[in-house]
Ligand binder design. Structure first.
Ligand code: E4P
Length: 220
């Protein structure tokens, strides 16, 4: 399973990229709004900051509700930085979003269908040619449903039906989500920077380093 980072914060993206485990970036309107920056400018900055990843998701704005409006916005986004091959157009899981997904896929543009909460939605998105489908596990857990089970069922369906779309486990809230979606067959987990930090930590690692340092000093 690969890691994407789920943020529009440039410092966090740069820090995670430097570690060397990052394969992509996902953003959404809420994450961009939090940064207080111009959307297209921030996407350009992100694309420049992570040249060796496979995908940077830029979502059409909430004002684009029809397929034509989504395609019009996508056509502007794919021009950023002279047509960066990593840009991925993130589209909502609606019938218009699917129509835009099919159109953009046929034009060779990478797509990420977002806000997926059922297996059937994932199946539709895959049939529309989505490069990525994004089930939101944390938001399902929030309403007492089982987000990891959804990822597992989508992975099983894609295997049985030989569907090519990659599953991005999204709305990841903590390290246990990461372990469980990896075992459930997600291709990618998109995670906040805080979770990347948490994944690297264990108290016994810290204690072990302290003991090595103390033993080393005592031996001198
Ligand atoms: C994914 O692409 C979304 O940006 C994200 O994972 C949503 O997460 P949230 O439910 O924590 O807002």
């Amino acid at each position: 399973m690969k890691f994407f980072i789920d943020t529009a914060n440039l410092d966090e993206i740069k820090k995670a990229y430097k570690v060397g485990v990052l394969s992509g970036v996902t953003t959404n309107p809420s994450l961009v709004a939090k940064e207080g920056v111009k959307f297209e400018d921030r996407i350009a900055e992100i694309l420049n900051a992570v040249p060796e990843v496979e995908s940077v998701s830029a979502e059409v704005t909430p004002n684009a509700l029809t397929a034509d409006q989504m395609i019009a916005e996508a056509n502007e986004l794919i021009k950023i930085n002279g047509g960066d091959k990593n840009i991925t157009i993130k589209l909502p899981m609606t019938l218009d979003g699917l129509e835009a997904c099919r159109y953009l896929t046929q034009k060779g543009v990478k797509t990420n269908v977002t806000l997926i909460f059922t297996v059937n939605q994932a199946l539709l998105a895959a049939r529309a040619g989505a490069t990525y489908v994004s089930p939101f596990l944390g938001r399902l857990d929030d309403i007492s449903e089982d987000g990891v089970q959804l990822v597992s069922r989508i992975a099983e369906l894609f295997r049985i039906q030989n569907l090519d779309s990659q599953i991005i486990a999204a709305s990841v809230r903590h390290p246990d989500h990461v372990t469980r979606v990896a075992l459930a067959g997600a291709h990618i987990a998109t995670v906040p920077f805080k979770v990347i930090e948490q994944l690297s930590k264990h108290p016994l690692t810290d204690q072990g380093m302290e003991k090595f340092a103390a033993d080393w000093t005592n031996a001198l």
